[in-house]
Design a binder for this molecule. Structure first.
Ligand SMILES: NC(=O)c1ccc[n+]([C@@H]2O[C@H](COP(=O)([O-])OP(=O)(O)OC[C@H]3O[C@@H](n4cnc5c(N)ncnc54)[C@H](OP(=O)(O)O)[C@@H]3O)[C@@H](O)[C@H]2O)c1
Length: 322
């Protein structure tokens, strides 16, 4: 089968190659999927660079999620069968065929196109998991940083459905802007995150802040929290070191939590996961624009696809198809 592989960690542009390799065989509790589509995510670059929580095993097929049709089931697989359309999360998705454990397989309802289904296993479940960790009562205020990211937009929609007040913080020209989640109208702006947030915290600090950026701006986020609030760090878009006094956390009685979707999935009950899938598929069939796509490339065009995925201010995901 055709696969995009890497034999050492490094920049995707330098280390990825398209090769013909043997198709994987599903083991106990695994299924074999003929993959139809896979998104290129920030996590894919981290995985290829050897900086992700999942460690590559060389030669490693790239990619961590996709959607397609089950071709075969390994021993001890129940409730799934060949012919079913599924989304999945497993290393090795950038290939014609991939194996995934049943715990990371999500049946796709009829009518959901591959372009949406292939993005299900990471970002929508992450957004749902982040909000469930916050467990906020209605009317609470929640701030999402990297506010134009797919996860932030999913979070804003889910928050709105729960009766929360959602606010987005985005990079804007030389500075930052704060947007109202529902309307995306600018309600404050500034040259720094600190300055942009000063413009709105007078009207109320946040009960939760969901941040995939990190770095020195974390300090301004902590200051924008209500006492007793929760900051969840879930990404490393800027993983620069920061210096912090314990008193900054302590005097706020705040919680600073790390979130990785795999750890969350491992501790989540099957009832919670069933509820998450039902709510998310329902929301995505009503709002497919929450998972926008900017371009589709064949596996053999992976270099062009990587170039497109590296663009900043990109309005959607780049997919590898068929
Ligand atoms: N913890 C988990 O399990 C988990 C799961 C899923 C996703 N994530 C993380 O969530 C984040 C968002 O993922 P996504 O797929 O939604 O991303 P995406 O749609 O590709 O968007 C990335 C966004 O991040 C912004 N950005 C990039 N670098 C930045 C920086 N240094 N400072 C501020 N903003 C920056 C970009 O802003 P511009 O528009 O200005 O370019 C863009 O809007 C990523 O970090 C991803 O790794 C984590």
């Amino acid at each position: 089968m055709q696969a995009v592989i890497f034999e050492q960690p490094g920049n995707a542009e330098a280390v990825l190659a398209v090769r013909d390799i043997l198709s994987p065989v599903p083991g106990r509790g695994q299924v074999l999927v003929r993959v139809a589509a896979r998104p290129i995510q920030p996590a894919d670059f981290l995985f290829i660079e050897g900086r992700y929580r999942i460690t590559p095993a060389f030669p490693q097929t790239a990619g961590l999620e996709g959607a397609g049709t089950i071709l075969a089931c390994g021993p001890d697989v129940t409730g799934l069968e060949p012919g079913m359309r599924v989304a999945f999360r497993a290393p090795g998705a950038w290939a014609e065929f991939a194996v995934a454990p049943t715990s990371r397989i999500y049946p796709v309802p009829p009518g959901i196109p591959d372009a949406i289904a292939c993005q299900f296993a990471l970002n929508p479940l992450t957004a749902w998991g982040l909000l469930s960790e916050c467990d906020l009562p209605a009317s609470s205020r929640v701030l999402m940083t990297a506010g134009r990211s797919v996860v932030a937009r999913l979070l804003a929609k889910l928050a709105q459905r729960k009766g929360l007040s959602a606010t987005l913080l985005v990079r804007d020209g030389a500075g930052y802007a704060v947007l109202e989640g529902d309307t995306e109208l600018t309600i404050a702006s500034g040259k720094s995150v600190d300055e942009a947030l000063q413009g709105i915290v007078d009207k109320g600090r946040f009960h939760a802040i969901l941040d995939p950026v990190g770095g020195p701006n974390t300090l301004a986020l902590i200051d924008a929290l209500e006492p007793g609030g929760r900051l969840i760090s879930y990404g490393v878009l800027d993983d620069a070191e920061i210096s912090l006094k314990a008193s900054r956390i302590l005097y706020k009685n705040m919680i600073w939590q790390g979130f990785g979707v795999d750890g969350w999935l491992n501790k989540t009950t099957s009832e919670q996961l069933t509820l998450a899938q039902r709510e998310l598929w329902g929301m995505l069939s009503e709002h497919p624009d929450l998972l926008p796509v900017t371009g589709s490339f064949a596996l053999s065009e992976v270099r062009e696809a990587i170039r497109a995925a590296r663009e900043t201010h990109r309005p959607g995901k780049v997919l590898l198809v068929d």
